[in-house]
Design a protein around this ligand. Structure first.
Ligand code: SAM
Length: 289
């Protein structure tokens, strides 16, 4: 149990809801967390329910930004995967905040080449591994890690998030995506309360959306020209000088400036942007309800 988190959650609930509101909310949790849904009945797995994070041992300082566990629905993920319009058998699916791993079971059955879950609550990660075993899935693995620290593999990738954490961590993930990489990249963000973090990402563009229980799932795709050619602005500048094409210079210099900011030449690269306004309240983060 994470007593620090319990203290923070209870104080906030008392502030927001008062004593009776907090008691009612706790009672709702106790009922909801016991419910076993149809997915688990069908598969013999343990992925249902809502699990508040204070129940778990999480060493990461990002625990305070994390959202409670609640599973994805099959139809939501299947709908989002269709938007990719790709041969999924060449893509690796990475769920940042995989919880008990339901999305991993769904993604493996949708035909992804490999599925990887990243989870910072050790107990949830262990349950996810058990579920993978029960479901007989052989191309899945679960990594005990904080999503903010996780290095994404350089393969064709679909990064999935089901509203797992607040903007401070979403922005750190988004900033990692801006690093030059090999392979295709999609971001599938379900219940995307911090969508602007990926919209602000210069290397991504929206590829579509899919219906979901709460907010529609949004899908972004890597735009290859910016994402994989970090030297391009410098090369363009040299070419413009060589050809004496002075009219081309302002645009090139502008792009260099953007590029330098993105790539950290102005020392802003590794600083997480603590931009407020999306998913910063726990009410929003717990919007998976
Ligand atoms: C809403 S659940 C999503 C469950 C799963 N992705 C699914 O779709 O079924 C959010 C999960 O993210 C995890 N989480 C939150 N912050 C995290 C972080 N910084 N690193 C890793 N996991 C995190 C929580 O422990 C929780 O299991």
């Amino acid at each position: 149990m994470n007593f620090e988190l319990i203290r923070a959650v209870v104080s906030k609930s008392l502030r927001d809801r008062g004593v009776w509101g907090t008691v009612r909310r706790t009672a709702e949790y106790l009922v909801k967390t016991r419910a076993v849904d149809e997915f688990d009945v069908r598969n013999g797995t343990d992925t249902s329910g809502i699990e508040p994070l204070w129940k778990f041992s999480i060493s990461s300082p990002n625990a305070k930004f994390g959202g409670r566990y609640h599973a994805s629905e099959e139809w939501e993920l299947a709908g989002a995967a269709k938007v990719l319009d790709e041969d999924l058998s060449s893509f690796t699916f990475v769920d940042l905040g995989c919880g008990k791993g339901r999305s991993l079971l769904i993604a493996a059955r949708l035909g992804f080449r490999r599925v990887v879950g990243v989870e910072f609550a050790a107990e949830l990660a262990a349950t996810a591994r058990r579920n993978i075993q029960i479901a007989g899935i052989t191309n899945a693995s679960v990594i005990d890690a904080d999503a903010a620290e996780f290095s994404l593999p350089e393969v064709d990738l679909a990064v999935f998030l089901f509203n797992p954490f607040r903007s401070a961590v979403v922005r750190r993930v988004a900033s990692k995506l801006e690093q030059p990489r090999v392979g295709e990249l999609y971001v599938i963000y379900s219940n995307p309360v911090c969508a602007e973090a990926f919209d602000d990402c210069q290397v991504l563009q929206r590829a579509g959306s899919a219906p979901a229980r709460w907010l529609p799932t949004i899908i972004w795709k890597l735009t290859r020209d910016v994402g994989t050619t970090p030297q391009a602005p410098r090369e363009l500048e040299i070419r413009a000088y060589k050809s004496s094409d002075v009219t081309a210079l302002p645009a090139v210099l502008m792009r260099m400036r953007e590029h330098d900011i993105l790539r950290g030449r102005g020392e802003v690269w590794n600083q997480p942007t603590e931009k407020k306004g999306c998913g910063d309240s726990s009410a929003e983060l717990c919007g998976n309800e």
